[in-house]
Design a binder for this molecule. Structure first.
Ligand SMILES: [Fe+2]
Ligand SMILES: [Fe+2]
Length: 179
């Protein structure tokens, strides 16, 4: 089962997700894309799951606004294809921090392994705007990923904490009742 955070749709099997799945099925079966499952990104979320979340919501929003939903979905799935654990990554001397460099690394990896349109390249390269202040989005689809990436990152960080707090509260109430 493959789900985007906050959605109940099974992206592999649900009829409603078929249009999305058809656009990214080759990427979802690709070894390099699947390798992102090995790296944690935000909280308990893997890099793969984060990219899937971003890809799916990119697609939904761009389709709603009649933008290029295909490019949004595909570039969303590749936007963090940097393939290392950024928590333990040590930049070389003179190299900037992960936040500033990983979009370029992801673009390089994506370009080496997949055909990318100019729009898809822009989406990947500039998704860290405004942190990367010089990478100004050229297309509306890039502005969408700038917002969706931050929104998903926030959900991925906050939801597990809320769940934990909820479980703690539930246990606390249970103990009070049985006392
Ligand atoms: Fe990123
Ligand atoms: Fe991201």
């Amino acid at each position: 089962m493959l789900k985007a955070i906050g959605s109940k749709l099974d992206l592999l099997r649900d009829q409603k997700a078929k249009a999305y799945y058809c656009l990214v099925s080759d990427l979802l079966e690709n070894e390099l894309v699947l390798k992102m499952k090995e790296f944690t990104h935000h909280g308990n979320t893997t890099c793969f799951q984060h990219c899937l979340n971003v890809s799916y919501y990119n697609y939904v929003i761009c389709r709603f606004f009649s933008l290029n939903a295909r490019a949004a979905a595909r570039a969303g799935l590749l936007h963090d294809l940097f393939l290392y654990d950024w928590h333990t990554y040590k930049p070389e001397k003179g190299e900037r921090l992960h936040g500033f460099t990983h979009a370029e690394t992801a673009l390089k990896n994506a370009k080496e392994n997949f055909y990318l349109s100019e729009l898809e390249s822009d989406i990947i390269k500039k998704h860290m705007f405004p942190l990367n202040i010089t990478a100004v989005p050229r297309y509306r689809e890039t502005i969408v990923i700038v917002l969706v990436d931050k929104y998903c990152g926030m959900l991925e960080t906050v939801i597990p904490r809320l769940k934990k707090a909820g479980e703690f509260f539930h246990r606390f109430v249970k103990v009070k009742h049985s006392a």
